[in-house]
Write a protein that binds this ligand. Structure first.
Ligand SMILES: Cc1cc2nc3c(=O)[nH]c(=O)nc-3n(C[C@H](O)[C@H](O)[C@H](O)COP(=O)(O)OP(=O)(O)OC[C@H]3O[C@@H](n4cnc5c(N)ncnc54)[C@H](O)[C@@H]3O)c2cc1C
Length: 368
């Protein structure tokens, strides 16, 4: 294991690999240590929106057609209504986490990032960090070690602002996709989030507020979907995770910066976590070049605004069933409103355009 590097990244998930590549692109010597060993997977909806694909391209990662399933847009459904909209700026993609991870590892390795697997860090030191008993000194240390980040805790950046913790479960099914949309099915205090990931596989994530409810139990509240999936073979075992909107007061301290889920995040229902990590990676690498992490701190706050607002809106619909049902009916009758919301969500329009859509929605609410 190397004893010295410019940038030491703790965590080789999507966020860690993205910032590793972005820092190498700017000429830094970069090492990544991860406590696990590929193939690395986790509970995820596995949908990349068009803006995420653009951010990946800027890292030099061009996904192949066979890596996943092209996604044309997003569909919302509940018991009585359905509304969908296509992305106007190209397709997104549904892709297995292991496949995305393998593509990112390959790119990182090709551009000279030094990767250590099975190497959990055990402490932060004045000079850098200790992994597997080896002290590695680094000019910058980046915590990309996920939502339960130790780097965050050890560096004193923890802050108790988890707004709402929800329980998510993911399972893959062997089945030809019936759609090229990501579908979000809204039920009573739960959502089913379906992403086709290949020509014979779909990823199903169930998210609910009920502690202790497992996949099959939550699936029962989506009877149409349950019937459809009943005869299909499982293509992976159930995997769980917590999700929610989670913000930190600060994401940098001294020579330490946090990225990805370690730096806070938005509820899984937004489908924005990965994109956010990739965009943060570009901003963090640019701040390293300037030798000033305050630039990243500012950019991080700015980048969170849009997904944070959408996360709040979507969680409101989860909490307020009556409001969600009325909103769905209004959107079904006026799909252009949904189209505009989606355009804002994927960064194609600005906040004032969302505000105009909100006003129009509000008006229909009052007059419907
Ligand atoms: C149910 C669910 C569905 C989601 N769906 C979507 C979606 O459809 N689209 C989307 O864009 N986002 C989605 N997200 C969000 C997305 O999964 C996360 O934002 C993303 O995984 C963050 O990546 P990360 O690299 O920050 O963290 P992680 O993927 O958690 O990676 C952290 C890495 O750090 C390593 N690590 C941890 N501790 C240590 C240690 N002490 N030493 C060394 N290494 C360590 C781990 O082994 C791991 O490899 C979803 C999230 C959930 C929970």
């Amino acid at each position: 294991m190397q004893q010295e590097t410019d940038v030491l990244i703790v965590g080789g998930g999507p966020a860690g690999l993205a910032v590793a590549i972005a820092a190498r692109q700017r000429g830094f010597r970069v090492s990544v240590v991860d406590g696990a060993k590929p193939p690395i997977t986790k509970a995820c909806g596995e949908g990349l929106l068009p803006d995420a694909l653009q951010a990946l391209r800027e890292l030099g990662i061009e996904l192949r057609e066979t890596d996943g399933w092209a996604l044309r847009g997003i569909r919302f459904e509940d018991e009585h209504a359905s509304v969908s909209s296509s992305f106007s700026g190209g397709c997104g993609v549904g892709i297995r986490r292991e496949v995305l991870h393998a593509r990112m590892v390959k790119r990182a390795s090709d551009c000279g990032v030094v990767l250590y697997w099975n190497a959990p860090i055990t402490s932060l030191t004045e000079a850098g960090a200790t992994a597997c008993g080896n002290k590695i000194s680094a000019r910058w240390v980046i915590g990309a070690d996920g939502s339960r980040s130790l780097v965050r805790r050890w560096s004193g950046l923890e802050s108790p602002s988890l707004q709402r913790g929800r329980f998510a479960y993911r399972r893959h099914y062997r089945l030809s996709p019936w759609t090229d949309f990501t579908e979000v099915h809204w039920g009573e205090k739960a959502q089913a989030y379906i992403t086709p990931v290949s020509e014979d596989e779909i990823c199903v994530v169930l998210i609910s507020n009920r502690a202790g409810s497992r996949f099959d139990e939550t699936l029962r509240s989506f009877s149409k979907l349950e019937t459809r999936l009943k005869q299909c073979a499982h293509a992976s075992s159930e995997r769980g995770a917590m999700t929610g909107n989670f913000y930190l007061k600060n994401v940098t301290r001294g020579k330490i910066a946090l990225i990805g889920d370690a730096s806070g995040g938005v509820d899984a229902i937004t489908g924005e976590g990965l994109c956010l990590s990739f965009r943060q990676a570009h901003e963090l690498a640019a701040a390293l070049v300037e030798g000033d992490l305050r630039l990243y701190e500012k950019a991080h706050r700015r980048m969170l605004r849009r997904p944070r607002l959408m996360g709040k809106l979507l969680l409101l619909l989860d909490r307020e069933t009556g409001m969600r049902k009325r909103t769905m009916r209004i959107l079904e009758a006026g799909p252009h409103l949904f189209e505009r919301m989606l355009a804002y969500h994927v960064g194609e329009t600005r906040v004032f355009q969302l505000a105009a859509t909100g006003a129009s929605l509000g008006w229909r609410f009052l007059t419907a």
